[in-house]
Design a protein around this ligand. Structure first.
Ligand code: NAP
Length: 363
């Protein structure tokens, strides 16, 4: 591209916001021109406002940007960005996010506020790129010149990948998921060390209902401008565990058609996104890595696979209650948050929602 697309990052100082800033450094299509956060940070240089908690240095192109307030994002951003990434807490997101597509911006949000709206894609390009067909109805129904797409809950971004592969190959009848979610999933400073060290907390507010409902929308089909959710139940129990990054989920599932253990492993290992999605800059070479070791995947050893954009699956074995069970891992702030939202924006750019369609390179 001769000129990069200017982007704003809302809540750029948080755990997910920092991942956006880091991943967008040297991005081939996008460049950060506006950063916002809360009143606490507004008016300070980014480097001064942020408590940088992720690996690497603060990108020099962002360090000196002045952090702006978020209350009136349309006024704040003006014509300095076309594309907006949101890492806002959901209350703030609910208030300000709809203003952006209404004013013509393209918004890729990580917050939960708009995820379950029937005309708003809950997008994972490797799974449901066809949900972009909702956008025409979104724009017509709401009178929006812009667009909004959302990314799923970070724990959902793990098991929904093998679930998609299994549902395509055999049909899924039911699934039970137990998550072990990292501390960074709670943002910074997140859970008090006094509560999480030497401990597991079997509760994360509002999480179980998201983990049970979001996968069904992601795996649903589009009919008459709305998503008809997949028709099997998901039951979830969530836990916060003393791991820094990487959400692990143990899942048991039933299948409609008979499948051998080898069939199940092959369906998961061979699952591929559409070629047009695989060509996007942030798309991993290998989407799902099936591990045969008896003790993998593990958060510390496997979360960074393929720059944190791959999903690792292991311990695939028969289940004496349902048909099979497995363990799956996602990097919650990369594929499960900022990396996933950047991939969403790349798909929108490639499909022409940010201007002329971009030419994809063979990888
Ligand atoms: P976090 O570390 O607590 O960061 C919160 C960010 O929001 C900071 O930049 C903060 O700015 C800003 N903020 C707080 N109140 C605000 C307000 N009223 N107006 C504008 N900005 C405000 O949280 P996080 O983990 O990055 O999560 C951000 C969002 O991503 C949440 O909606 C979360 O559900 C979602 N998400 C998180 C993960 C994950 O793994 N962490 C994964 C998927 C989705 P200051 O620095 O100025 O206070």
């Amino acid at each position: 591209m001769s000129q990069k697309i200017p982007v704003a990052v809302l809540a750029a100082t948080g755990t997910v916001g920092q991942r956006f800033v880091s991943l967008l450094e040297d991005h081939p299509w996008f460049e950060v021109t506006v950063v916002t956060a809360s009143e606490r940070s507004a008016g300070k240089r980014y480097a001064e406002a942020v408590n940088w908690v992720i690996p690497g240095e603060i990108p020099s192109s962002v360090a000196d940007l002045v952090v702006e307030p978020t209350e009136n994002p349309v006024e704040i951003i003006g014509n300095r960005a076309k594309l907006v990434f949101s890492a806002l807490p959901s209350n703030a997101a609910r208030e300000v996010e709809p203003d952006l597509p209404a004013a013509g911006y393209v918004l890729a949000s990580n917050a939960s506020a708009l995820r379950m709206e029937p005309d708003i894609p809950l997008l994972i390009p490797d799974i449901n790129a066809h949900h972009l067909s909702l956008i025409a109805d979104q724009q017509a129904g709401r009178g929006w010149p812009g667009v909004v797409v959302t990314s799923p809950n970070c724990a959902v971004s793990s098991f929904v990948f093998p679930l998609k592969a299994l549902n395509d190959a055999f049909g899924v009848t039911q699934a039970h998921v137990v998550t072990m979610q990292a501390i960074s999933g709670a943002g910074y400073p997140g859970v008090a060390s006094f509560d999480i060290l030497d401990n597991v907390i079997p509760f994360i507010k509002g999480e179980e209902s998201k983990v049970e409902t979001e996968p069904l929308k992601i795996l649903g089909i589009v009919q008459d401008g709305q998503v008809v959710p997949a028709g099997f139940p998901v039951s979830a129990q969530v836990n916060r565990v003393p791991v820094m990054d990487g959400h692990l989920a143990a899942m048991s599932f039933g299948l409609k058609s008979r499948a051998s253990l080898d069939d199940v492993k092959a369906a998961i290992a061979n699952y591929k996104a559409l070629d047009s999605v695989r060509a996007l800059p942030s798309s991993p070479e290998q989407l799902i890595i099936v591990r045969e070791e008896e003790d993998r995947p593990q958060p510390r050893r496997d979360r960074d696979a393929q720059n944190g954009m791959a999903i690792s699956v292991g311990r695939i074995q028969p289940c004496s209650v349902m048909d099979y069970k497995l363990v799956v891992l996602v990097h919650n702030t990369l594929r499960g948050a900022a990396g996933g939202a950047i991939l969403n924006a790349e798909l929108l750019a490639a499909e022409g929602y940010l201007g002329e369609k971009l030419q994809l390179q063979e990888k």
